[in-house]
Write a protein that binds this ligand. Structure first.
Ligand SMILES: Nc1ncnc2c1ncn2[C@@H]1O[C@H](COP(=O)(O)OP(=O)(O)OP(=O)(O)O)[C@@H](O)[C@H]1O
Length: 340
């Protein structure tokens, strides 16, 4: 478990001081993928550097798996840091070393025997999907492959915690998704805790269990990713959620749709969590003598299930459509009806 209590980090002195991290309290359970999102300057990088002891807090305590990172130093801190690895936006690879030599590097530093280093590096190369590229140099690799080397290198000393500093920000969307899938499978297979910082809600939505939102050094909102998507509280969180949902003014949209689809009734369904839209819709179409057209849909998958909205046009006689709507209510689907 990672625990931060009343953590402050100030840079500079007296009147020119900048408070990069301001009164942060956070608990991150073991085995979770925990995302910290914020705009540039919010304090994310400083916070993540506090977690591996690269920075010391001005006040407060930081504990990582029972070790007080905020108050140890020297050899003790070096040992603790071997269990807290990090990957970076620009990969930070050694350019004059091959893929395999990059991965072996932290094992050499840790004093691991040659045969064990070789074996471990081969395992990691397979794990991150770089089989056949072990003798390539970083300059011969794509961005996604470079990050795979970064991940393999970070896993070399069997860390308990993996910190990801904007690890996909330099990658195109497809490569981003492949790296996020790799991080998810590593989290599941090795059970290690992953803490990532990002400014992209897509990253949070795709792989995180929980999220903390940072603004001006403070953590302003935390929670289960699905809950935060469902009911963001702070204005900044709403802005982040809208990065992936782009909610439109519902009344306006429905009025425009009414003009295009004057028949029947229009229904807006909101899905949250485990119940996915397919079984509910399939049942609706099977059981009720109404015609169902999907006019607009925006369903997103989070780790906790599907959420989003669907706008349907139901046409049929009035009793059948009323029964269909009652069925949707019974299924616990939030339903908004727009009659003529
Ligand atoms: N070593 C430092 N000395 C002085 N000020 C610093 C230092 N490191 C960070 N800051 C300041 O602290 C604030 C938070 O910076 P930080 O880099 O942690 O934010 P961030 O959310 O990671 O933003 P970005 O994504 O742009 O790096 C900023 O105002 C920054 O200028």
């Amino acid at each position: 478990m990672i625990q931060l209590e009343n953590v402050n980090k100030r840079f500079g002195t007296s009147n020119t001081a900048i408070t990069a991290v301001d009164g942060v309290n956070l608990t991150i359970e073991e085995g979770k993928i925990y995302g910290i999102i914020g705009y540039s300057g919010a304090g994310k990088s400083t916070l993540i550097r506090l977690l591996n002891g690269l920075e010391q807090p001005t006040d407060g305590t930081i504990e990582v798996n029972g070790r007080k990172i905020s108050s140890i130093g020297g050899k003790e801190l070096r040992q603790a840091r071997q269990k807290i690895s990090m990957i970076f936006q620009h990969f930070n690879l050694l350019w004059s070393r091959t893929v395999k030599e990059n991965i072996i590097f932290p094992l050499e530093i840790a004093g691991v025997k040659k045969a064990d280093r070789e074996r471990k590096a081969s395992e990691l190369i397979e794990l991150v999907g770089l089989g056949g590229r072990e003798n390539a140099y970083p300059s011969q690799l794509s961005g996604g492959q470079k990050q795979r080397v970064g991940i393999a290198r970070a896993l070399a000393n069997d860390p308990e915690v993996l910190l990801c500093d904007e690890a996909t920000s330099a990658l195109d969307p497809e490569t981003t998704d492949a790296i996020l899938d790799l991080l998810t499978s590593i989290n599941e297979r090795l059970g290690l805790t992953i803490v990532l910082i990002t400014h992209e809600m897509h990253v949070i939505r795709k792989i995180c269990h929980e999220v903390a939102v940072m603004e001006a050094g403070r953590v302003v909102e935390t929670g289960d990713v699905l809950q935060v998507f469902q009911a963001p509280k702070k204005a900044i969180t709403k802005r982040f959620v809208s990065q992936v949902t782009e909610p439109e003014d519902s009344k306006k949209v429905m009025a425009l749709m009414r003009e295009d689809y004057p028949d029947g009734i229009l229904v807006k369904l909101a899905f949250v969590g485990e119940r996915t839209e397919q079984p509910v819709l399939a049942q609706l179409i099977r059981e009720y003598p109404v015609d169902v057209s999907i006019l607009q849909g925006n369903i997103q998958q989070t780790r906790g299930g599907a959420y989003g909205t669907l706008i349907l046009q139901l046409t049929g006689d009035s009793e059948a459509t009323a029964n269909a709507i009652s069925y949707l209510h019974e299924q616990g689907v939030q339903t908004e009806v727009f009659e003529k």
